[in-house]
Write a protein that binds this ligand. Sequence first.
Ligand code: FAD
Length: 538
Amino acid sequence: MPIDVVIAGAGPNGLMLACELALAGVRPIVLERLSGPSGEQRANGLVGQVVRMLDRRGLHERLSGTSAPPRPAPAFMFGAFSLDLAALPDNPVYLLMVPQRRIEEMLAERAAELGVEIRRGHAVTGLTQDSGVATVEVTGPEGPYRIEARFLVGADGGHSVVRKLAGIGFPGVTTDRRISRSAHVTMPAELIDPVGGGLVIPGYGTVPPFMHHRTERGLLTFAPFPSGPSMVSTTEFLPSGDDAAFEEPLTISELRDSVRRVLGVDLPIGPPEGPGPHMLRRLTGGNTRLADRFRAGRVLLVGDAAHVHSAMGGPGLNLGLQDAINLGWKLAAEVRGWAPPGLLDSYEAERRPAGQRVTMHTQAQGVLVGPGSEITALRELFGELLEDRHTVQRLADLIAGAGIRYDMGAVPADPAAASLTGRWAPDLLLHTETGTVRLAELTRDARPLLLDLTDGGTLADSVAPWRDRVDVVTARCEDPNVTALLLRPDCYVAWASAAPGPDGRQREELRSALTRWFGHPAGAGDEAVGQPSADARI
Ligand SMILES: Cc1cc2nc3c(=O)[nH]c(=O)nc-3n(C[C@H](O)[C@H](O)[C@H](O)COP(=O)(O)OP(=O)(O)OC[C@H]3O[C@@H](n4cnc5c(N)ncnc54)[C@H](O)[C@@H]3O)c2cc1C
C-alpha cells in the first residue's frame, strides 16, 4: 500500500504541513536530509498574520510562553522607512521574536505528539510518478530505498530537489551585487540609548533599534535582543561588474570596516560574550524566484521550495507557514476521499498569487534601500506618500499578508457579510452557553467550522449531513453584524450571512458553500471520512 503523503524536508514549513495533515487525520512520513539541527541561523522572528494563525492552533502560547493573545506591533519597517502602525484602525502587523531554531523544535515536538514519523538522515534523491503513485527514491543511513506515496510534497527549501525532479521551473532573478554581513557583538554600554534602545554614535547620531537604517552607501541594522547578544548587520552594494570573492569567513574586524563605510564613522564593536551559538555570517547576492507551478501531478511544493526572495522585513515564514496551512486540509481531504473537484488545485490558485505579492514587495524594498542620490530622491517622494494613513494601512496589509481575499464564489449582497467573505476571519469574541471564548480557541483542531450566530441557532441542522467533517458552534456575537460564518480550516471565511433568521435562501447558500468546499455529504454506505468532535456544539 502506498503511503498517503511523504514530505521532503523537516524545515518549518514541512513540519507545519505534517502537523496540519495529522490534525486532519492523515499521518505523513517526513524525510529530512540532515541527521541533526543544521546550526544555521536564519529567522529571528515571525511577522504578520502567521502569528495570529499560530494562535489559532494553540502554538503561539508554546513559542511566546504566555497564554495572552498576540498583540499588534506599534511600529514596523518597510524599505528602511519606519511605519507608525499604532494609529491604524486595523493594524495587522503582529510580531513574535523567536529564533527559527526554536520554531522548528516546537513544530517537531508538536508533529511527534500528533504521531508523525520524521526520518532524519534520509534524503530524497529520485522521483518517478504515474497517475496512481509517486515513487520516491531515498538515501538513508542504511543505504538507498524506495517509498511509494500517493502524494509527495517538496518542503525542501530554495534548492529543492523535489522541484527539480518534478520538472517545475523556477523563473526569477539572481543579483550578485549585494553583500550583507551580520554578527553578534558587544559594544560599550554608553552607546546604547537607555530609553529608546537605539545606538547613539558619536559624530553620527542615533540609529533606532530593530530598523533598517539607510545611508547612500548601504544599510545598518542594530538588533538589541533582550535575551542574548546584540546583533549588528550591514548591507553594501558592489558596483556592477565587480565580483565579490571571499575566501575567508567573516570577522568582526571586517564587519567594523563595513560599518565605517556605511556610516562614515567608527563603531567600536567586539566579539560576543556568553554561550553561543553566535552569528557570524556573510551573504553575497540574492535570488527572487517563484515556481511556475505549485503542483505537478502527485507532487506539490510549499515554502521556500516554491518561492525565494530577500529576507528584508522577515516575510518568509509568514508566507511559507500559511502555504502549509492552506495545503494541509485540502491534501487531507483528497487523501480521505471527500475533496470536491478542484479543491487541491485551489492551493496553487490561492497561494501562488500570495507568493507573487511577497516577491513584488521584497524586490521593491530592495530598490528603496539601494545606494545613491537618485534612490534618496525616490525615498523623499515615497516618504511623502507615507504621510497618508491609507498608504500605511495598505503597506501594513501587504507586509502582514492581510490583504488576501480568496475567491469564494458568490459575494453576499449585505455589506457586512460581503466584507468578510473570502477574508481571514477576525478574532471574534463569542458568547456561548458555556462561556465566552475567542474564535482562536475554537479552531485548534483545524476542522471546518460553522459559527451559527442566529437567534436560537437555527442553522445548525443544515450542517447535519456534513457533521462528520464540519463542526458547529452556536453563539452570540456583537461584532461584526452577521448571523453566520462558515470557516475553512485555514480560518478563511467561505460563506457569511447577515439574514436575521431561518430563511430558505440562507440555507440554500450555506449548503452550496458546504458542498463547494467540503464536498458532498457522506451518504449511506459511504466510508466515514472523519470524526466530529464529541459535541462541538457549545
Ligand atoms: C539569513 C536569513 C534570515 C531570515 N530571516 C527571516 C525572518 O526573520 N523571518 C522569516 O519569516 N523568515 C526569514 N528567513 C526566511 C526563512 O528562513 C525561510 O523562509 C524558511 O527557512 C523556509 O522554510 P522551509 O521549511 O520552506 O525551508 P528550509 O528551512 O530551507 O528547510 C528545508 C529542509 O529540507 C531539507 N532538505 C533539503 N533537501 C532535501 C532532500 N533532498 N531530502 C530531504 N530533505 C531535504 C533541508 O535539510 C531543510 O531541513 C530568513 C532566511 C535567511 C536565509
